[in-house]
Design a protein around this ligand. Structure first.
Ligand SMILES: Nc1ncnc2c1ncn2[C@@H]1O[C@H](COP(=O)(O)OP(=O)(O)OP(=O)(O)O)[C@@H](O)[C@H]1O
Length: 302
C-alpha cells in the first residue's frame, strides 16, 4: 500500500525550476531513497511533501492527507528531520525530547526512543556537548518523537565520519524494523545502496529512474571485468575463444578481460588447465556509481 503519492509535482523559485514533473509512490514499510547531486531538487520535493512549501502544480498525498489542506493532521503522522534543523545549544537531550513531545497528541515513549537511538547515556547532556553523530541521532529522535508512521530524513549523515555514519545507518535499520516507513534524502551512493529498498534518482529537478539498488545497477551492467598478471606468457586466443569472453587484451603485463556473468569461472578454469597462475586477480562489476553516471550523463561530483 502506498503511504506517499506524488504525481506531476512542479516547483520553481523565480527563474529556477527546482522540481519538474516529479512522480513517485512510497510503499508502507520501505526505506525509499531520493538520490541526487546538490541542487537536484531533493529538499524541495520533501518540503512539498511535508507541507513546508506550496507546490506550483501536481498532487501530493501523505497517508491520504493533502500537506497544504491537512497540515496539522499530517504533523501528527509524518516526522521530518530537515537539513537545517537546529536545536538550542544549551537544551539537554531529554529536555529537547520532552519539549517536542508536548507538540503531539500521542508522542513516542522517550525512554524507548533514547534506547532505540543509543542516547540513554547522553540524556542529560547539552546539545552543544554532543558529538556530530550524537547530534544527528538526536535530530532523528526528534523526527520520531510524534510516533510518526512516516519519517523523512534529509542528508542525515552529511558531515559525519565513516564510523558515525555506519552507526547511524544501523539506527535507521532499527527504526524501520520498528514499523516506520522512511524517506531518505541523500547524495551518498553508499548510503543509498546500503539502506534503501528503492531509490528515485533525481537530476536537475526530474526523476530519471526509480528502482531497487540492484535494479538500477542491472540497467547498466555490462558484464564482468577481470584483470590479473599471469605467471607466464600465453596466447590470448586461449581466452578469446571462450564463449564467455567478449574481449581480452594485454596492457603492460596485465591481462584485462570482459565478458558475461560466468566469466570468472571460465577464465580461471582454462588458466588452471594450462598451469597458469593469475596473480593480483581482480573482479569488477558495475555499481550504483556507474548506474548514476549512465542515467544522468554525468559523474556524481558531491
Ligand atoms: N528558497 C530558494 N530560493 C531560490 N532558489 C532555491 C531555493 N531553495 C532551493 N533553490 C534552488 O532550487 C534548486 C533545487 O534545490 P534543492 O535544495 O531542492 O536541491 P537538493 O537536491 O536538496 O540540494 P542540496 O542537497 O544541495 O540541498 C537549486 O537550484 C537551488 O539553488
Amino acid at each position: 500500500m502506498a503511504v506517499i503519492e506524488i504525481d506531476g509535482l512542479h516547483k520553481r523559485y523565480g527563474d529556477t525550476i527546482a522540481v519538474r514533473d516529479v512522480s513517485f509512490a512510497v510503499d508502507e514499510g520501505e526505506i525509499f531513497g531520493i538520490l541526487g547531486r546538490n541542487g537536484a531538487g531533493k529538499t524541495t520535493t520533501v518540503e512539498c511533501l511535508a507541507g513546508l512549501r506550496r507546490p506550483d502544480a501536481g498532487m501530493v498525498r501523505a497517508l491520504g492527507l493533502d500537506p497544504q489542506q491537512d497540515r496539522s493532521a499530517l504533523r501528527q503522522v509524518l516526522g521530518i528531520q530537515l537539513q537545517a534543523s537546529k536545536i538550542a545549544e544549551r537544551l539537554r537531550v531529554r529536555e529537547a525530547l520532552d519539549l517536542f513531545a508536548s507538540f503531539y497528541d500521542k508522542p513516542a515513549d522517550i525512554d524507548e526512543l533514547l534506547r532505540l537511538l543509543d542516547l540513554e547515556e547522553k540524556q542529560h547532556t547539552q546539545f552543544r556537548r554532543l558529538s556530530g553523530g550524537q547530534q544527528q541521532r538526536l535530530s532523528i529522535a526528534l523526527a520520531l518523537i510524534g510516533n510518526p508512521r512516516v519519517a523523512v530524513l534529509d542528508e542525515l549523515t552529511t558531515g559525519l565520519d565513516p564510523r558515525a555514519r555506519r552507526d547511524t545507518w544501523e539506527m535507521i535499520e532499527r527504526v524501520r524494523a520498528s514499523g516506520v516507513t522512511i524517506v531518505l534524502v541523500t547524495h551518498f551512493m553508499a548510503e543509498a545502496q546500503r539502506l534503501c529498498d528503492r531509490i528515485a534518482v533525481i537530476d536537475a529537478g526530474s526523476v530519471v529512474a526509480i528502482d531497487s539498488p540492484a535494479g538500477l545497477v542491472a540497467r547498466v551492467d555490462t558484464g564482468q571485468h577481470l584483470s590479473f598478471r599471469p605467471s607466464t606468457r600465453f596466447d590470448l586466443a586461449m581466452l578469446t575463444e571462450l564463449p564467455e569472453v567478449h574481449d581480452a587484451r594485454e596492457d603492460d603485463g596485465q591481462i584485462l578481460v570482459t565478458g558475461g556473468t560466468e566469466l570468472v569461472q571460465a577464465v580461471t578454469a582454462v588458466l588452471a588447465r594450462n598451469h597458469i597462475v593469475a596473480h593480483e586477480l581482480r573482479v569488477d562489476q558495475a555499481d550504483l556509481d556507474d548506474a548514476f553516471v549512465e542515467l544522468t550523463g554525468h559523474r556524481f561530483d558531491s
